[in-house]
Design a protein around this ligand. Structure first.
Ligand SMILES: Cc1ncc(COP(=O)(O)O)c(C=O)c1O
Length: 372
């Protein structure tokens, strides 16, 4: 490039140590079980609705999204989660919602508590905002439960947010409601942000706590059970007092009109949701039961399972799976996870059988044991 000014303009110093977000890998033709997507795909009614509303010009792509359509989606979400719990706000996936929330609560020098291993975006956003993440190590020997006393004593006047993924990515476990209550009541000046990206696959939700506590919010997404990850749409149920600040800070038109239409249609197709969830629960059971014959597999309330492959290294097992056309997630990139965990998204029976077959071969190959 023929530039006249060669010197770079300095970027904010808080950005220096932040790593780029690395999504689950994808490669053409391979079976992708690395990003916790829905193997059934979206409801056919969603696709029909989008195509028809564009063709019939009810959905006009040349104009900005309508507030009225967003209202309709808010009503639909409200009847899905139960009316009168809190205010519903939206964003471009939970990622977008998180971006807005961190802007609201974290300024230079503020602290945020993050039990690890967990979804890495919490830490990145806190650091981008100039905040300081405080990591609490989950107890591996107790199915990755959070040491609550330790978490509470790590909080101080500067603690503004606590991030709890439930079910947690990549460990698959939920936090018991009593433990959330203990945190919420002990740290009233911090916002407890509960990430329920995988809640549809779990036994229960914590969303009702938003009704009771002014320092609790719950985030949800259309990327997982509703299979709309490509459209980037998510929401949060937040206390009333926070709604106008959220609107001030979030980007105008951050969710697009196609995503709004699709989300409404997805919520209305209850049968497709039921089928997706049933498939995941059934196949999750199959994966856990078969894989635990040769590896340690953790219980999961999500659409993935965490597998300990030690004494093998996770990167070697991921490479071996990849050579067989299967992509899973190497958990070494999760802070505090170490180098011997892989995360496998629950797929169709055919996909899962293939994963099991390859992992069985890896587990029983005496010679490759040292190499792997
Ligand atoms: C715990 C958790 N939260 C949020 C997300 C991102 O969700 P979205 O697609 O709605 O941005 C993910 C994605 O994998 C996740 O695992």
């Amino acid at each position: 490039m023929n530039t006249r000014i060669k010197m770079r303009v300095p970027v904010r110093s808080s950005l220096e140590e932040i790593e780029e977000y690395k999504p689950g890998e994808s490669a053409k033709g391979a079976i992708k079980l690395s990003s916790n997507e829905n193997p059934l795909g979206p409801s056919p009614k969603v696709l029909k609705e989008i195509v028809e509303s564009i063709e019939e010009r009810e959905l006009n792509l040349s104009v900005y999204p309508w507030e009225r359509n967003e209202e309709e989606l808010r009503d639909e979400i409200s009847s899905y989660i139960g009316a009168g719990i809190g205010k519903i706000v939206m964003g471009a996936g939970i990622d977008g919602v998180l971006d807005t929330l961190v802007k609201i609560f974290i300024e230079n020098g503020d602290e945020a508590i993050i039990p690890v291993p967990t979804f890495s975006l919490y830490e990145s956003l806190v650091r981008i905002a100039g905040g300081i993440p405080g990591y609490i190590k989950r107890r591996r020997e107790e199915n990755f439960s959070i040491p609550i006393e330790e978490l509470i004593s790590a909080c101080n006047e500067k603690t503004k947010m606590i991030f709890i993924s439930s079910p947690n990515n990549p460990t698959g476990n939920c936090i018991p409601e009593a433990e959330v209550r203990e945190i919420v009541e002990s740290v009233p000046k911090a916002m407890i942000a509960i990430d329920e990206a995988y809640v549809e696959f779990a036994g229960s939700s914590l969303v009702n706590l938003v009704k009771e506590y002014a320092n609790v919010l719950v985030m949800r997404t259309f990327s997982k059970a509703f299979a709309l990850a490509g459209l980037r749409i998510g929401y949060a149920v937040i206390p009333e007092w926070l709604a106008s600040t959220y609107k001030k800070v979030s980007m105008p038109f951050s969710i697009n009109s196609v995503a709004i239409k699709a989300a409404i249609a997805a919520l209305r197709d209850k049968e497709h949701l039921r089928k997706s969830v049933e498939l995941v629960k059934h196949e999750r059971g199959f994966l856990i039961e078969t894989l635990q014959r040769f590896f340690t597999v953790y219980p999961s309330e999500a659409n993935f399972v965490l597998v300990a492959v030690s004494p093998r290294k996770s990167y070697a097992v991921c490479d071996a799976l990849m050579k067989n056309g299967i992509m899973v997630r190497d958990c070494a990139s999760f802070r505090g996870a170490g180098d011997s965990f892989i995360r496998i998204t629950v797929g169709t029976r055919e996909q899962n059988e293939l994963v099991v077959e390859v992992l069985r071969a890896i587990a029983s190959s005496g010679t490759s044991r040292t190499r792997l």
